[in-house]
Design a protein around this ligand. Sequence first.
Ligand SMILES: CC(C)(COP(=O)(O)OP(=O)(O)OC[C@H]1O[C@@H](n2cnc3c(N)ncnc32)[C@H](O)[C@@H]1OP(=O)(O)O)[C@@H](O)C(=O)NCCC(=O)NCCS
Length: 140
Amino acid sequence: MIKKCGKNIIVDRGAYFGQNLEIGDYSQIGINSQLGTTPPAGIVIGNNVMMAPDVVIMTANHKHDDITVPMQGQGFEAAPVIIEDDVWIGMRAIILPGVRVGRSSIIGAGAVVAKDIPPFSIVVGNPGRVVRKRDGSPII
Ligand SMILES: CC(C)(COP(=O)(O)OP(=O)(O)OC[C@H]1O[C@@H](n2cnc3c(N)ncnc32)[C@H](O)[C@@H]1OP(=O)(O)O)[C@@H](O)C(=O)NCCC(=O)NCCS
């Protein structure tokens, strides 16, 4: 079921994931988390990633450019999600299609992440914003 699976991963109870998932060593899919992979876009999770309960990661939006056609008939726009090594994703965070979360970052509880996150960031809120850098570097 998992496309590429590292060693010593944890899949907590109630977790759902699509087929196009790659997960590295010592990483976790949190309780009741939903990792939807709409083809061809997959989810890549690095090593040592911690995931709290009820996290949602998705890789597709419904297309909606044409207002003369119901959105239901416009298909999908899929974009992969990448979670780099040593990331901690807090409870009920939502990570939207196409986002890359840089290594050693923290996604706060309830954050909605719509854009790429540079390494060592602490992100909170909706829309998710970097509030601090773990390495003391400036917030860009
Ligand atoms: C993000 C988090 C790690 C705290 O990081 P931190 O760097 O210590 O941040 P602080 O506590 O100093 O907060 C910084 C600011 O962000 C705010 N903030 C912190 N967490 C927040 C969150 N999840 N959502 C919105 N705002 C948040 C704080 O109120 C503070 O705001 P201020 O500057 O206006 O006072 C923590 O709040 C969090 O969300 N942890 C996840 C908990 C969880 O899911 N646990 C499950 C077990 S795995």
